[in-house]
Design a protein around this ligand. Structure first.
Ligand SMILES: NC(=O)c1ccc[n+]([C@@H]2O[C@H](COP(=O)([O-])OP(=O)(O)OC[C@H]3O[C@@H](n4cnc5c(N)ncnc54)[C@H](OP(=O)(O)O)[C@@H]3O)[C@@H](O)[C@H]2O)c1
Length: 290
């Protein structure tokens, strides 16, 4: 009998990739991917029942209200999903490894190239709920937090990754202003979940960063994507955060993933390098099976 890994948020971008790549990267596990249709993680009774059915040996908790706009619109809902559900699951998992996916958005973006020991200072509700959930998870010294960078991929619902958002906007003819002075370390979903599976094989406690090895501006990311998806070309234009007057945005969320990198059998790719690879022209450019 293989041990069971419980993956919440299996209907989402990263949970979906974890489930679909498990046979390749984690054949030692019996994978139980849970979607919202099976269990609402904010419902204590449903979660108890899930726990009884699944008897997991490991949890990778991906379920979240992950869209910053949705969190701003309904902070109470964001707290129920991102903090309270995490607390409940981490409590049930008190005697087994628990890997919580957090975000680069726990930082305010004033420093850049963040390391795990840097102080958090979220600017939005999403980042605040994730930072609060991190504190809850860290109460168990055996549990792990992996802060994920901007992830490129194809989600089961085709509406979750930033690439899907951009392609949808382009299809509607919407102009996208991409900041030349806002930075991220984007990572394709394929190497991201491969790294998560390798980490899950020997989970270490504490905080880890996981992103691409290259820091790119939003505009640079858009230009790279437009080479792969020419339909983006007429829709993207460069801009500056200085000319933007909406809610606060963290300017530089680049993260160092060195602490995670030393645990891995492969190099975390840079986004440019990934997209210049011939393999990225396969059916799913974000998971070439490398
Ligand atoms: N993708 C990124 O670029 C990125 C970057 C940094 C961190 N992260 C973190 O990584 C994790 C996974 O992200 P993701 O991109 O895969 O997010 P996602 O695509 O939005 O997936 C999250 C999943 O959680 C589910 N969910 C939400 N509320 C639920 C509930 N009450 N009960 C059960 N399931 C519920 C969602 O279901 P519905 O579809 O029904 O809402 C969705 O399938 C999240 O913690 C996110 O914060 C992601």
């Amino acid at each position: 009998m293989k041990p069971t890994v419980l993956i919440t948020g299996a209907g989402g971008l990263i949970g979906g990739y974890l489930v679909s790549t498990a046979a390749r990267w984690a054949p030692q596990w019996n994978v139980h991917g849970v979607t919202r249709a099976e269990t609402d993680v904010t419902d204590p009774m449903q979660v108890q029942e899930l726990w009884r059915r699944s008897t997991p040996a490991l949890v990778i908790h991906c379920a979240a209200l992950s869209r910053t706009g949705a969190c701003e619109q309904d902070p109470a809902r964001a707290r129920r999903i991102n903090v309270e559900a995490t607390e409940r699951l981490a409590g049930l998992a008190r005697d087994i490894p628990f890997i919580f996916l957090s975000t680069d958005q726990v930082f305010d973006g004033t420093k850049g190239w963040y390391v795990e020991s840097d102080a958090v200072h979220p600017l939005n509700v999403y980042g605040q709920t994730k930072a609060d959930a991190e504190q809850v998870v860290l109460e168990n010294p055996a549990h792990s937090i992996v802060r994920i960078a901007l992830t490129a991929g194809t989600s089961p619902t085709h509406d979750r990754s930033f690439v899907e958002d951009m392609l949808r906007a382009a299809a509607k003819g919407t102009k996208l202003t991409l900041f030349t002075d806002e930075y991220r370390c984007p990572i394709p979903a394929g190497p991201l979940v491969r790294a998560l599976w390798e980490f899950a094989a020997h989970p270490r406690s504490g905080l880890y960063h996981l992103g691409g090895s290259e820091r790119l501006s939003r505009w640079e990311i858009g230009e790279l994507l437009a080479r792969r998806y020419p339909e983006l070309r007429p829709c993207i234009q460069p801009g500056s955060v200085a000319d933007y007057h909406g809610p606060l945005r963290p300017p530089d969320l680049s993260m160092r993933s060195d602490k995670m990198q030393v645990l891995l059998s492969f190099r975390l790719p840079g986004f440019r390098q990934w997209l210049s690879n011939d393999a990225s022209l396969s059916d799913d450019p974000w998971d070439t099976g490398q």
